[in-house]
Design a binder for this molecule. Sequence first.
Ligand code: SAH
Ligand code: SF4
Length: 334
Amino acid sequence: MKKCLYTLKLEELMETLSLEKKFQARIVRDNLVKGVTDFQDMTSLSKEMRKRLGDNALTTEVTATEKSDSAVKLAIRLSDGLAVECVRLSDGKDRHTACLSSQVGCAMGCAFCKTGTMGLKRNLDAGEIIEQYVHLLKLGEDISHIVFMGMGEPLNNFGPLMEAIQILHNPEMFNISYRKITISTSGFVPGIHKLTELGFPIKLAVSLVTANDEKRSRIMRINRTYPLSQLRRAILSFQHHENKRVTLEYCMLKDYNMGAEDAEELKKFLQGMDALVNLIPWNPIEGMSFKSPDDNDIRLFTNELKKLGISYSIRRSKGRDISGACGQLASEVD
Ligand code: SAH
Ligand code: SF4
C-alpha cells in the first residue's frame, strides 16, 4: 500500500522514494507542502528521477467537488474505498479556512447531526487528515486557518489528530500557527484534559447546544457520560492553562433550546468563563424532526442573551447550499 509522504521525516522520505541525497528529499518535501503533488511537476528534480517516481504522490483522491460563493466541498476517497469530506470556507476577504474531518462517520450519534447517523466507520490516520488539507490547498489559494469541524469527534482520535496538527504546525512543513487551529468537540471531557496537559496553544470550541443537562442528554449521548458540570470544569481548566477565549457552539433548534430559560441556564454555565457563544441555526437534515429557527426566533433569543450580557456571534452557515455546512457532512460512498 502507498505510504503517505507527509508523515515521513526526511530520512524516511529518502528511503521510501529511494533517493540518494538529502537535498532531493528536501526538494520533494518543499513541493509537497506547497501542494505540488505530481512528481512530474517537481521541475527541480532531474528528468530521470521524475520519470522513476511516477505521477501522483498522494494516497487519497478527490472524487467530487461542489462549489458555492463562499465554500468548496471535496469528497475524498481513502485507500480502502471509504470516503470523507472536507470544505474550504472563504470570508470574501482572502481569508480561507480548511474544515477537516477526523473520522469516517462519528460514534457520538448527536440527534441533530447528519454525520452522527453514519455511526463510526473508522478513525483517520494523520496522513489522511493532512491530505485533506493538501487537496484544499491544491484549489489554489493560501489557507491560513484550520478547524476540525468536519466529520467525526476529533478528541476521540487523539493520537493521529495531534500527529497531524504537529505536522501542519511544523515550520519546516506547513507552518501554521497553533493559534489558527481550532478543535471542536462535542464535550469529550478526557480529551479536553489531555489537550490541556499537552499545552499547545490550540483553540478550543465546544458544541454545547444547550446548558440544560436533561435536554442535552436527550440529544447528545455524550452528556450521559460527561454531564455539564464535568464539561464546565474541563473547559475552565483548559482556559486556566491556555488563558484563551473558548468558543461555545450553540446549534439553535427552534422550540428546543431558544427560550428565556435556556438563556438563563447558558448564563450560569458561562460564569467565570471567557467564552464566545457561536449561534448556528440548525441546518435541516432530511428525516429529522427538529426545526430551524427563522430570523424572528433568532432575534428573540439574541435579545435574551443581550439582556444577560452574553457575548455571541451568529454563524450564517456558509456552504449550506452544497451540504457543506456544519452537521451536513456524511459520505454517500461506503
Ligand atoms: N464532532 C465535533 C466537530 C464536528 S461537528 C463537534 O461536535 O463539535 C461541528 C459543529 O456542527 C458542531 O458544533 C455541531 O454542534 C454542529 N452541527 C451538527 N449538526 C448540525 C446541524 N444539522 N446544523 C447546524 N450545526 C450542526
Ligand atoms: Fe459527531 Fe459532532 Fe455530529 Fe455529534 S455533532 S454526531 S460529535 S460530528
